[in-house]
Design a protein around this ligand. Structure first.
Ligand SMILES: [Zn+2]
Length: 85
C-alpha cells in the first residue's frame, strides 16, 4: 500500500489559466474577438429589438473603417459568447 495519491493526479497542463470555462458546459472557451460592421453607432447593448436599433447603451465605437471589435471568448459547442467592453 505504497501508492501515493499525488502520483495518480493528472498533470496540470492547461496552458492559459486566464481562459474562462463555459458557463454552460464547463469546457475551456476559445479566445478571440467579435468583429461587426457598424458605420454609425458602434456596438451597443439594448434590451429588445427595434426597427432602427435606436437608443441603448454604447459599448464600443466603430473604427475609421466602420468595424467594431469586442474582445472575448466563445464556446463552439454551446454557441455562447463572453465579451468584454
Ligand atoms: Zn459550452
Amino acid at each position: 500500500m505504497a501508492s501515493s495519491p499525488a502520483a495518480q493526479a493528472p498533470a496540470a497542463v492547461h496552458a492559459t489559466p486566464s481562459v474562462p470555462s463555459c458557463p454552460v458546459c464547463g469546457r475551456p472557451m476559445e479566445k478571440g474577438l467579435l468583429a461587426a460592421e457598424s458605420f454609425v453607432g458602434g456596438a451597443k447593448w439594448v434590451k429588445e429589438r427595434t426597427r432602427l436599433a435606436l437608443g441603448g447603451e454604447s459599448l464600443a465605437p466603430p473604427d475609421r473603417w466602420g468595424n467594431v471589435y469586442l474582445d472575448g471568448f466563445r464556446c463552439t459547442g454551446c454557441r455562447i459568447l463572453a465579451l468584454s467592453y
